[in-house]
Design a protein around this ligand. Structure first.
Ligand code: PLP
Length: 382
């Protein structure tokens, strides 16, 4: 059997071959394998230089100072560090987030809520976005942090983080943004967005899994409490020996993403337009999430009169993701789709298609033709 066409770039991306090649130079005896924290010899110095170069590359993609980048094991850890780290030390803190954040934010906030932190869960608009007014109206005297994602991983919609950041900066409330799905997809600048903390992941940007970063603003200094204690690495915010090869991979991937950003935005926009135009032959297809405020690589569609589960079974030649957690025993429909107001039935009819660097127009043609065939067949047998 041929491998299915990969249309699940929002779940993870393949490592770019040039990134993989670079990473292999930081593992073996003839490469740079030293501990970047070793100060007494060349092995350590070379590894440290490689880590610092990667730090500059990641910082550059988001308009940050390299000293504002803290390495982590991925965006999940970055989210945990940002949120738990920011509320630590406050007497009775209040945080604001939304119902459609990534689980790394939702579950962290729930965990804090069970321990006495007050949490406001904002309900997004029907198009998946959180409006600045909603955030403003939820602010309290004890609000210490707002945590919102820039690009939603299931819907691809984009929240106006710059407007929210501006109003929070005026009020001295910290702003954490999960930008795992935004980096390399949109131009990003932490100063323009007035963001204090930003989570990033390597493997959503053609880098390796198991590495990420947290941007922590320096001037004025944002204070967060460490969640992992040890040798005091990363200016005390995150201890643990730095994985040089992973970090070098993420740096190279972010540099590449910056170089290719404009070109890729254009080509993904074209793929999306082609995909939707090809599917226009099919009636009863609804786009979930904003049609205007979105990244081009993620397309979430509901198909009338077709269960996503049956559709996925019919679409074995495509690797896509269902909004509903079909794999789970509970068959819970996606909390994101329910969060934007879809009922269970509508949520059970949604599939997410996500495109990326190695998606060809033939892949998209193959996918749309296949979808039309299977949806038509499933509808006919009903
Ligand atoms: C993938 C993703 C994460 C988790 O990132 P990991 O590096 O896999 O831990 C967090 N937030 C969003 C929005 C994501 O898409």
């Amino acid at each position: 059997m041929n491998k299915p066409v990969y249309l699940d770039y929002a779940a993870t991306t393949p490592v770019d071959p040039s990134v993989a090649e670079e990473m292999t130079k930081y593992l073996t005896l003839d490469g740079v394998f030293g501990n970047p924290a070793s100060r007494s010899h060349m092995y350590g110095w070379q590894a440290e230089a490689a880590v610092e170069q990667a730090r500059r590359q990641v910082a550059q993609l988001i308009g940050a100072d390299p000293r504002e980048i803290v390495w982590t094991s991925g965006a999940t850890e970055s989210d945990n560090l940002a949120i738990k780290g920011a509320v630590g030390g406050w007497e009775r803190p209040h945080i604001i987030t939304s119902l459609i954040e990534h689980k790394a934010v939702l579950d962290t906030c729930k965990w804090l809520e069970q321990r006495g932190v007050e949490v406001t869960w904002l309900q997004p608009q029907g198009d998946g976005r959180i409006l600045p007014d909603q955030v403003e109206n939820a602010l309290q005297g004890n609000t210490v942090l707002v945590s919102l994602m820039l690009v939603n991983n299931e819907l691809g919609c984009v929240t106006d983080v710059a407007a929210i950041g501006a109003l929070l900066r005026d009020r001295g409330v910290l702003f954490h943004v999960d930008a795992a799905q935004a980096a390399g997809k949109l131009p990003l600048n932490v100063a323009e967005l007035s963001v204090d903390l930003m989570s990033l992941s390597g493997h959503k940007v053609y880098g390796p899994k198991g590495v990420g970063a947290l941007y922590v603003r320096r001037s004025p200094d944002v204070r967060i409490e460490a969640q992992i204690h040890g040798g005091g690495h990363e200016r005390g915010m995150r201890s643990g020996t730095l994985p040089t090869h992973q970090i070098v991979g993420m740096g190279k991937a972010f540099a590449l993403a910056g170089d290719l950003l404009e070109e890729e935005m254009g080509s993904l926009e074209q793929l999306r337009a082609d995909f939707l135009a090809q599917l226009a032959d099919l009636d009863g297809v609804t786009l979930n999430g904003s049609a205007q405020h979105r990244v081009p690589g993620i397309v979430n569609l509901s198909f009338d009169r077709v269960e996503a589960e049956s559709l996925m079974l019919g679409l074995r030649e495509l690797a896509v993701s269902s909004g509903s957690a079909c794999a789970s025993a509970t068959m819970e429909p996606s909390f994101v789709l329910r969060g934007i107001g879809l009922n269970d039935e509508q949520a059970h009819r949604a599939l997410r298609f996500s495109f990326g660097r190695f998606t060809s127009s033939d892949d998209v043609k193959f996918a749309s033709k296949h979808i039309i065939d299977v949806v038509s067949r499933l509808r006919a047998v009903r």
